[in-house]
Design a protein around this ligand. Structure first.
Ligand code: MN
Length: 362
């Protein structure tokens, strides 16, 4: 499913509608499911991005306020990207690593991913990852999400934060500056400043949050200081990047990376090259190979491609129209040959000759 941005132009001048009735119905159904429980845990996908972090904090708050349950937000993996770290620090967001979560929960919720994708970690007391009963995600719907007691997945929305903002609004809740800033940044970063895969609902939530968010805090988050390995990672990425298909594609094996989030960031940077149709970056982190695909070509769907290409390699894959990623467990195998196999598979999928390519930086 592709979310063509042309259908909903940010320059669309139609007036912004009040919160739709369907949001009111949705939040009612969600609360009905949660109200019968005592202790909820809201999980993001591993190595969460701002959209996932904001959504988890927003949903936990909604559940506490409206369903009268204890609710905690948690994430697996790490938060390594400088902006994302700054977001947690500047906004003091109530979210913790899932490894620190103790005790039994009678409701597990997932945001910004779905049960079937498998790219999330549950706490030690829930090795079966049950009872997983709520899934809220803007990525394309997976069939197994229908098994959740409450699921709001798929659809044209560009960010999960948009959905959570709609729920808050429909429930009559107004987030404080910290949560508002998180949700605002979630929408802004997932839609690349409302320029990609953006839906009318994103514009509405963005406009609703605009007067509520802390402008100074967001400026600090978007312009963080970065550690020295950040520059080393970029330097190595530029040095190792290879052009294919007469400059229409670029692939780069970044080697060992200091944080997994640098992989999508580099793929994103490289796709801005003049005349480029797609970019792939790969990097190894803690015995897993991370890689990210970015597309400028609307004839392809990044999420579908990544799932197809990665299926034989195992691991988990997710994504949508223009952006997708996956991580593959290495289990002691070498990262470099694995990355080369993946690159060859992608080149074939894009009907390009496999081969060494030409250096991006001659
Ligand atoms: Mn998202």
């Amino acid at each position: 499913m592709s979310h063509a941005p042309s259908a909903r132009s940010p320059h669309d001048a139609r007036p912004i509608q009040p919160s739709s009735l369907s949001s009111v119905n949705k939040v009612r159904r969600l609360i009905a499911v949660a109200r019968t429980r005592k202790r909820a845990l809201v999980l993001t996908h591993d190595n969460p991005d701002p959209d996932a972090v904001a959504s988890a904090c927003g949903l936990a708050w909604l559940l506490r306020e409206c369903a009268g349950v204890k609710a905690q937000a948690a994430y697996g993996g790490i938060i390594g990207r400088a902006e994302n770290k700054a977001m947690l620090k500047v906004l003091h967001l109530p979210i913790e690593p899932v490894a620190r979560v103790r005790g039994k929960h009678d409701l597990l919720c997932l945001v910004d991913t779905q049960p079937e994708v498998g790219n999330y970690s549950a706490p030690v007391e829930h090795p079966e990852r049950r009872p997983l009963q709520v899934a809220i995600d803007h990525h394309p719907a997976r069939p197994a999400s229908a098994l959740c007691a409450y699921h709001d997945v798929g659809g044209p929305t560009g960010a999960t934060s948009t959905l959570i903002a709609q729920y808050l609004r429909a429930a009559g809740l107004v987030p404080g500056p910290q949560l508002a800033t998180a949700l605002f940044y979630g929408i802004k970063s997932d839609t690349r400043d409302l320029g990609r895969e953006v839906d009318r609902s994103d514009l509405e939530s963005y406009a609703w949050l605009f007067p509520l968010y802390d402008k100074t805090a967001l400026s600090h988050i978007e312009h963080p200081s970065v550690p020295a390995p950040y520059f080393a990672a970029y330097h190595r990425a530029y040095e190792r990047a290879r052009l294919h298909g007469g400059g229409s594609a670029v692939v780069v094996d970044m080697g060992e990376v200091y944080v997994p989030e640098i992989v999508p960031e580099v793929a994103e940077k490289l796709v801005s090259l003049d005349g480029l149709r797609w970019s792939i970056a790969a990097g190894a982190y803690r015995d897993e190979l991370y890689f990210s695909l970015r597309l400028n070509d609307k004839r392809f769907n990044a999420g579908k491609l990544v799932r197809q290409v990665c299926a034989p390699f195992g691991g988990s894959a997710g994504g949508h129209g223009a952006m997708a990623g996956a991580r593959i467990p290495l289990r002691g195998r070498m990262a470099e040959p694995m990355a080369q196999l993946l690159f060859a598979a992608f080149l074939r999928a894009f009907h390009l000759e496999p081969g060494p390519g030409a250096p991006l930086v001659p």
